[in-house]
Design a protein around this ligand. Structure first.
Ligand SMILES: *Cc1c(COP(=O)(O)O)cnc(C)c1O
Length: 423
């Protein structure tokens, strides 16, 4: 379909969009009394209107039942997290036993590294992408130090080629092969936070396994954004947060995937807590940790009911809409955004999209490199009701999401840029 740079066209696309009603299920922040153009779901997703009621329901339970809320009623806290397993599994392409919702992202990353980064002899290195999200860098840095190595030696970073902004899959695979007998773990993001590039998770996992390494992904920018098939891709483990594309609230809970081939390995080292203990005997408070089968066995603490209640309300929409349909709309929105930016014909020095143009190599986000007065453009956009985010040194991230953004949002953003660069 060929795009058009007119309001009528954008409104027609919205009119034909079967998912358009989901927007009404969200609170859209206002600017001078009108809806903002919110293009920041990559950082903090908007609040589903169902979230407040979901929390209130748990508050009611707590008020009425006190401690008995753990076991009483038809939706007790004791088994609350289990209600998240089915929709979470669908979201990331896993079996329900392979996923669990708990803690927060960086905590979960460390828990997974404890189990799956097992340096031994010559095989002690971690391969990752250069310029990974800082929290991931710090996690890897401190994990290798924890095992007695130095980050300079033990972390292999794959960089884009000189003059290029994004990674070539062939370079990642080749670096894995070149260092094959030294790599213990390949740990990369699924979608890179700065460039918006989607890594070829299936190919990377296969290459890692071929050299005898374990492979995990941080899906912070991938979950709820792109279609994932973690089980089929044979990924060993993955972690993600729920407050970005998954709209589950600031500091919300996090998801974990552990492939079922690791599900019954009591000897796998792990940092355990009572909530990962065999459910039938948990309250006998016996000595000697016996993990539950599957991802559940990595749980530490009893469930964070309030953030999980919000997450469940949000997951329901993903479950109902389906990732395939959401992704189809997302490709349309992002394609339209790209079309509008390209039709500005700005010289590269002023405005360059660094996100890959191939739809399968990106999620919904486009990263705009603005070398000249980028920060100023960002501030002007924000002051005019366009909510996006800025990443040092010079990138504006623009992320139209299929649940609540419209083609008209994208059109208005394009109009604003056009007026800005014409001045
Ligand atoms: C957002 C993000 C984080 C944030 O970590 P928290 O533990 O949720 O604060 C970490 N890693 C990546 C790749 C992210 O995109």
């Amino acid at each position: 379909m060929s795009f058009q740079n007119t309001l009528a066209y954008a409104q027609e696309r919205d009119h034909d969009d079967a998912l358009r009603y989901y927007r009404e299920h969200f609170h859209i922040p206002k600017h001078q009394g009108k809806d903002t153009v919110y293009l920041c779901g990559n950082s903090l997703g908007l609040q589903p209107k169902a979230a407040r009621a979901a929390i209130e329901e748990e508050m009611e339970k707590w008020a009425e039942l006190g401690v008995e809320g753990h076991f009483k009623g038809d939706d007790p806290w004791f088994t609350f997290h289990k209600t998240l397993a089915e929709p979470t599994a669908k979201l990331v392409g896993a079996k329900p036993s392979e996923v669990v919702v708990m803690n927060q992202l960086t905590v979960n990353l460390h828990l997974m590294l404890v189990s799956f980064y097992r340096p031994q002899g010559r095989r002690y290195k971690i391969l990752t992408e250069a310029g990974a999200f800082p929290s991931d860098q710090y996690a890897l840095e401190t994990q290798v130090k924890f095992h007695g190595y130095t980050p300079e030696d033990a972390i292999i970073e794959v960089t884009p080629r000189a003059g290029e902004q994004t990674w070539r899959t062939e370079d990642i695979l080749q670096t894995i092969r070149d260092n094959g007998d030294e790599i213990a773990l390949v740990l990369m993001s699924g979608v890179h936070y700065y460039t918006g590039q989607v890594f070829d998770m299936a190919a990377i996992t296969q290459a890692a396994h071929e050299v005898g390494a374990v492979c995990g992904f941080d899906l912070a920018h991938a979950a709820g954004n792109v279609v994932l098939r973690l089980h089929d891709w044979d990924v060993d483990f993955a972690v993600w947060c729920t407050y970005k594309y998954l709209n589950s609230g600031p500091g919300g809970t996090s998801g974990v995937f552990v492939h079922e081939r690791h599900s019954n390995k009591p000897d796998l080292p792990r940092f355990a807590g009572w909530w990962g203990y065999d459910q039938e005997e948990r309250f006998q408070m016996k000595k000697g940790f016996i993990p539950m089968a599957g991802a559940d066995g990595w749980q530490l603490s009893n469930s964070q009911i309030l953030p999980m209640a919000v997450h469940r309300a949000s997951l329901q929409m993903f479950d109902e809409a389906g990732m395939e349909a959401l992704r189809a709309k997302s490709e349309g929105l992002t394609g339209y955004l790209e079309f509008l930016i390209n039709s500005l014909n700005q010289p590269k020095e002023d405005l360059e999209i660094i996100t890959p143009s191939e739809p399968s190599a990106r999620g919904c986000q486009l990263s705009l490199l603005v070398n000249r007065n980028g920060r100023q453009l960002f501030e002007t956009l924000m002051a005019n009701g366009f909510i996006l985010d800025w990443r040092e040194p010079n990138v504006i991230r623009v992320a139209p999401t299929p649940l609540y953004n419209t083609f008209e949002d994208v059109y208005r953003f394009g109009q604003f840029l056009e007026a800005h660069f014409r001045r």
